[in-house]
Ligand binder design. Structure first.
Ligand code: ZN
Length: 169
């Protein structure tokens, strides 16, 4: 594993289009450093989530850190949560469209359909397995970040041109 790159990869960078690899050794010192860098970067950028490929690291982990923001004033506050080798176990039939942006796709946001409720599992930075049900905005963040691990960006899921708008946010 190479040293974390503090620069956020932007659309057009091929790293964002790769399938990320599973994390094999959670105790790896470089991996633990990458986790710290992801946490710091998400907080500094005032983001609600960030995935390792956005820091040019093709590994399956991301941070989810929901907090109220201009697009989702009612979003819940949560402690920034590191999710390693995350999996979507099941999901609601229902999908909902909601606004998303991405640190890697500056200047636009879009209305993206996502499952309203999901059941997920992931490892934390100590290697403990967690299973959780997520709903609404937090479920949306998880699905957005999981897409990053599979080389998918939210703009790929936009259904009509009207659902993509310029944004300063
Ligand atoms: Zn993103």
């Amino acid at each position: 594993m190479i040293n974390p790159n503090l620069e956020i990869a932007e659309v057009g960078n091929t790293i964002l289009r790769q399938q990320a690899q599973s994390v094999a050794d959670i105790t790896d010192k470089k991996l633990q450093q990458l986790i710290d860098t992801l946490l710091t970067t998400a907080i500094d950028a005032n983001g609600v989530g960030i995935a390792a490929p956005q820091l040019s690291q093709p590994y399956r982990l991301f941070v989810v850190c929901s907090h109220p923001n201009p697009r989702y004033p009612d979003a819940p506050f949560m402690k920034p949560t590191v999710m390693i080798n995350p999996r979507l176990l099941s999901h609601s039939e229902e999908t909902v469209k909601g606004w998303e942006g991405c640190l890697s796709v500056p200047g636009v946001r879009g209305l993206v359909p996502r499952y309203q409720a999901i059941k997920v599992e992931y490892l934390d930075r100590y290697g403990n397995l967690h299973q959780q049900e997520l709903t609404d905005f937090v479920a949306r963040i998880f699905q957005h970040e999981l897409d990053h691990l599979n080389g998918i960006l939210f703009i790929d899921r936009i259904e009509t041109q009207e659902d993509l708008v310029d944004s300063e946010l």
